[in-house]
Design a protein around this ligand. Structure first.
Ligand SMILES: [Zn+2]
Length: 444
């Protein structure tokens, strides 16, 4: 998931409801259990490990103390923060780096990590070799990587990924009114909310979560340099909504990798619940609806989702575009044929997404256009129409056959994994953490 998507999702959580949060425990037992089952990456494994070349060959007299791949006993380290309107040459001048070297560096680094990417407010470190006086500048553009600029001799740049240590942790929460606020107040990452939603999106409608809804999560917490970094994979998720309980169990082997329900059926469905996010249903399928523009009763054979102009509209399932055109009533619209039985149609678009035209294949979740009010529309919305055997039907009332469970040969193993994860999920206590710091432990 890219940052933009995470931000968009975070926004949504803002407008949803309020949760009082989220205990954080580290059940040591988990570390063994998932390993012994054999389907999970070891929680403490490193994603990547790379050190600058030549490090191993260094002679170590004192006990080596490595950082960024250098033994700090052999270097003098000076650190500073890049100021506004400060150029690399300004900084390096202070450390007596000749201007020719800076110039050479800017050329050699151009295609790898250009010196123009250095940002004000970020720290830099100048390492000076105690023996030969050669200098290296270290810069950390994000928690995940660091950059070394060789300032003498072999002038150039290298970019390194940092070691990521994964720990298996849990959290839980009870919705009070706003999930997002509570997560932020308690130092939790919205990335966790987004990933929980990924695991459960086909089962739980996160637009309509309620007070007293509750969830439990087992997931990987990333650590870099001993500090919390991002969220890794969700291992198990539980959500209780309108009295219904949902489990998402992560299962991975050579052929399958994804979230499955308790019966080993994939959580992914053939059709998404709605063709856009963060929307409100402004008019449901209704055979006797009074049309706001035509001022007469006219059946409304679709579902209207109101959303701001330009909101992306997604294909709800895989298929082939059969129409991408314009009529007076529909405005700009797209129709997609999913299989012999089902088609979907999306009306009143501001414009089509790039490349959307009849004959092209689209994937579930792919952006096909943007919300507008072209055609007969009073405001920005998408009129979503669902066709079954060439008749328009109310997709909110359709019951699709459940997906097939995992094949028999995988199912036994899956059930072993499921039982362990489910037991651990069920054992996570709920906590309400009030803003003032008053903590109320609750049973179920
Ligand atoms: Zn409509």
């Amino acid at each position: 998931m890219d940052t933009k998507e995470v931000l968009i999702r975070a926004k949504k959580w803002l407008i949803v409801n309020k949760v009082y949060l989220l205990g954080l425990l580290v059940p040591i037992s988990l570390l063994f259990v998932y390993d012994s089952v054999g389907n999970f990456q070891s929680p403490s494994s490193s994603k990547q490990k790379q050190l600058p070349q030549g490090v191993a060959a260094m002679k170590v007299s004192k006990k080596a103390e490595y950082k960024w791949g250098f033994d700090l006993n052999q270097y003098d380290v000076a650190s500073g923060t890049i100021q506004k309107n400060e150029f690399l040459s300004n900084i390096l001048e202070r450390y007596d780096v000749p201007y020719e070297n800076v110039h050479q560096l800017s050329i050699n680094a151009k295609d790898i990590f250009s010196v123009s990417k250095l940002r004000a407010g970020y720290q830099y470190h100048i390492l000076t070799n105690k023996e030969c006086g050669n200098k290296v500048m270290v810069y950390e553009p994000s928690v995940y990587k660091f950059v070394t600029y060789e300032l003498d001799g072999n002038i150039g740049v290298d970019v390194y990924e940092k070691d990521i240590v994964l720990d298996t942790v849990t959290s839980s929460g009870i919705i009070e009114s706003s999930l997002w606020n509570a997560m932020v107040d308690n130092g939790m990452d919205f990335e966790l909310a987004a990933k929980m939603e990924d695991a459960l999106a086909w089962s739980v409608d996160f637009h309509h979560i309620q007070k007293e809804d509750r969830f439990r999560l087992i997931y990987e917490q990333e650590y870099i340099d001993g500090k919390k970094a991002g969220i890794g994979k969700i291992i198990g998720a539980y959500y209780k909504n309108y009295g219904n309980e949902y489990y998402a169990i992560r299962y991975k082997n050579e052929k399958h990798d994804g979230f499955y329900d308790e019966n080993g059926r994939t959580m992914e469905k053939v059709f998404l619940k709605a063709p856009l996010k963060y929307s409100r249903i402004s008019s449901r399928y209704n055979k006797r609806r009074f049309h706001p523009v035509l001022k007469r009763v006219k059946p409304h054979l679709g579902t209207d989702y109101a959303a701001p102009y330009g909101t992306p509209i997604y294909a709800v399932g895989n298929g082939v575009v059969t129409k991408a055109s314009r009529t007076r009533g529909n405005g700009n619209y797209v129709k997609i044929k999913h299989d012999k039985i089902y088609s979907t149609q999306y009306l009143h678009m501001q414009k089509f997404a790039k490349g959307i035209r009849p004959g092209i294949q689209v994937k579930q979740g792919q952006v096909i256009g943007y919300v507008g009010s072209t055609g007969l529309a009073t405001g920005p919305h998408v009129c979503f129409r669902f066709w079954k055997n060439n008749k328009q039907v109310d997709h909110l009332r359709l019951n699709f056959p459940p997906p097939e469970p995992l094949p028999k040969e995988d199912l036994t193993k899956f059930f072993e994994v499921r039982d362990i994860i489910k037991k651990d999920l069920d054992a996570i206590p709920y906590q309400r953490v009030e803003k003032e710091g008053v903590e109320l432990a609750l049973n179920n």
